[in-house]
Ligand binder design. Structure first.
Ligand SMILES: Nc1ncnc2c1ncn2[C@@H]1O[C@H](COP(=O)(O)OP(=O)(O)O)[C@@H](O)[C@H]1O
Ligand SMILES: N[C@@H](CC(=O)OP(=O)(O)O)C(=O)O
Length: 576
């Protein structure tokens, strides 16, 4: 039986192949990839079509006779790679061999796509590498090889290559080097931020090599890339590096040129970069693979960036706090950025910036449930009926009350306070001012990379807070309040009266006093500060009131609750 396929004027004939095989997602995808190539470049893809059919069960000795790809019509002059989208898979999506098989199937099941794939480290590898590094500092060189987390990482990667049937050599070199590195840390008895970044980079370097090898094994031509080798240039701020502008043209050139000379799906390490000054490996902050994905999206001017997670999109609340959290179908870049910045783990805080700059839609999808529509994040959406989009909780923050030692109207007071933060490199989240006093919350992401190592982190944090307090006390009375939470109500601030009325009703019912409120600068966020001990109860109650009770029906909105689009004046920030 003969089946033939047509893609963009290109005919792919599969002599004797069964229609089931000819129409399998893998063969269809490869066929479409052939369609975009000139005759000379179609050869390697043709080989991949062959392999895919082989994987589909055809007998080896007959396969070359059975399948023939005929490029009937070349796309003349089309020398650009024209990738269509980025598909980013997070740690949970590549946690096991089984999950890798599933995402490989996802990659090939969109025949019309020509994706760039971005991957995080497998499962909890990054956490394990960080813990292994911390243990290495004090365990002694002779014990470094026995660190439990190292054994876990080794076993996970070796078992995965074994189960996928790929050559273990794709990770063996990295695993040996990782052990050497831990011995080096043990010998030096110190783990600098620079070494820490190098240490965690092994996670992404290994996951991408495994997935690329597996795709090649099943007949889908793929090429592994370390982001630090293809132009991801960053600042030298280890553990939280920023991507520099030069990254965009370099990455685009490298990926396009490689595709043109030898087409293969790029499999790129998320999270990693190369420091512009020291040339060492950097990381983009925890969860930084989302940022890698949107950076590539902007660099290549793609149609869409897909971030595949383990949830049905961005939800109305962290599902570990509210089990009834629902997917949010549409978000703007501003809403998503605010939500991520104020603590929703689902997206990296900086990841919306390249997407917004390049106007590239970001789709958040569930790799465990690909049929779910997910969340689509774009520049604008219809906000007329949108009240509250999501509730976000950021815990364990520090609240500072700063009162000027000189009474009333001291010129330059705010400037002095903020220059102290600048000098100490501390960033601030929420601010509220009166004439002589200032309340603000400090950004815990500054201490983020240390969160795993509780003991060490609290020591470093207290040291830094002490230094800051000492400086501020030169000009002000300072009251440092710890164990506070920011509850961020992300939504349409045009309905701020409605949101606040409802929120305060809920908080009063739960006998919670809000210690600070801020709204104004952001048009999508109202922040409330409460005690850590009350925060989860508040979030649950707010979620129930806004999303589960059905009270905020459209008829309420039509009753004229909006603050009026004609006068979007910032509501003054106030202390309570
Ligand atoms: N508002 C929210 N919407 C969706 N997920 C959230 C939200 N807040 C917290 N999360 C958590 O974020 C997780 C997904 O983010 P992350 O672990 O970074 O994914 P990945 O590693 O797959 O990229 C979810 O499993 C969920 O527990
Ligand atoms: N592996 C890194 C980077 C990352 O983006 O991971 P994930 O996509 O699993 O959140 C981390 O754990 O921070």
């Amino acid at each position: 039986m003969m089946a033939s396929l047509h893609f963009g004027g290109v005919r792919i004939r599969s002599y004797s192949a069964t229609p089931r095989l000819a129409h399998s997602p893998r063969v269809r995808w490869l066929s479409s990839a052939v369609a975009s190539q000139s005759r000379s470049r179609s050869r390697s893809l043709y080989a991949a079509v062959e392999n895919a059919c082989k994987g589909g069960g055809l007998r080896a000795e007959r396969r070359t006779k059975r399948i023939e790809a005929v490029v009937g019509e070349e796309k003349k002059g089309d020398e650009t790679a024209s990738f269509s989208c980025v598909m980013k898979f997070g740690g949970s999506s590549v946690a096991t061999a089984e999950r890798i098989r599933e995402i490989a199937e996802l990659v090939v099941s969109f025949p019309e796509e020509k994706p760039v794939v971005v991957l995080s480290a497998m499962g909890k590898t990054t956490n394990n590498l960080l813990l292994a590094g911390e243990k290495a500092v004090s365990c002694g060189v002779s014990n470094a090889s026995e660190i439990e987390e190292l054994s876990y990482v080794k076993q996970l990667h070796l078992q995965t290559v074994d189960e996928l049937g790929v050559d273990p050599s794709v990770v063996l070199g990295h695993l040996q080097e990782l052990e050497q590195l831990l011995k080096g840390i043990a010998m030096m008895k110190e783990l600098t931020l620079r070494t820490r970044d190098y240490l965690v980079s092994f996670g992404e370097c290994m996951s991408t090599r495994i997935v690329a090898a597996y795709l090649n094994k099943i007949g889908v031509k793929a090429r592994q890339y370390d982001a630090f080798d293809i132009g991801f240039i960053t600042t030298d701020d280890f553990t939280n590096a920023e991507i520099l502008e030069g990254t965009y043209p370099s990455v685009a050139k490298r990926l396009n040129d490689d595709w043109i000379s030898d087409p293969a799906i790029p499999i790129v390490t998320g999270f990693l970069g190369k420091a512009s000054k020291s040339c060492a490996v950097t990381t983009l902050g925890r969860g930084g693979s989302d940022l890698t994905a949107t950076t590539i999206g902007k660099a290549l001017g793609l149609r869409e960036v897909q971030v595949w997670k383990d949830v049905d999109g961005v939800l109305t609340c962290d599902p570990s706090i509210c089990s009834n959290a629902q997917p949010v179908p549409y978000l703007t870049f501003d809403e998503a950025a605010e939500l991520a910045y104020f603590g929703a783990q689902v997206l990296h805080p900086q990841s919306m910036r390249p997407a917004r700059d390049g106007d590239i839609p970001v789709r958040v999808k569930n790799s465990y449930n690909p049929k779910a529509p997910g969340t689509i994040i774009t520049k604008a959406r219809d906000m007329s009926k949108a009240v509250l989009t999501s509730i976000v909780l950021k815990q364990n923050i520090t609240l500072l009350d700063i009162v000027s030692t000189r009474m009333l109207g001291q010129v330059g007071f705010l400037a002095k306070v903020f220059s102290t933060f600048e000098d100490l490199g501390i960033s601030v989240d929420v601010v509220a001012t009166s004439e002589v006093s200032l309340s603000l919350t400090l950004d815990p992401s500054k201490f983020w990379s240390r969160e795993l190592i509780q003991q060490a982190s609290s020591e470093i944090m207290f040291f830094e807070l002490d230094k800051m307090q000492e400086e501020l006390e030169k000009i002000a009375y300072v009251n440092l309040l710890q164990k506070r939470s920011i509850i961020s109500l992300i939504g349409n601030v045009q309905y701020s009266s409605l949101i606040l009325e409802k929120a305060f009703q809920v908080l009063r019912t739960n006998q919670v006093n809000v210690q600070m409120i801020s709204q104004g600068a952001s048009k999508v966020n109202i922040s409330l500060i409460v005690n850590d001990s009350e925060a989860e109860i508040c979030v649950k109650a707010l979620h129930h009131a806004f999303f589960e009770s059905g009270d905020l029906s459209e008829s309420v909105l039509e009753g004229g609750f909006g603050n009026g689009a004609a006068s979007p004046l910032p509501v003054e920030t106030s202390m309570m």
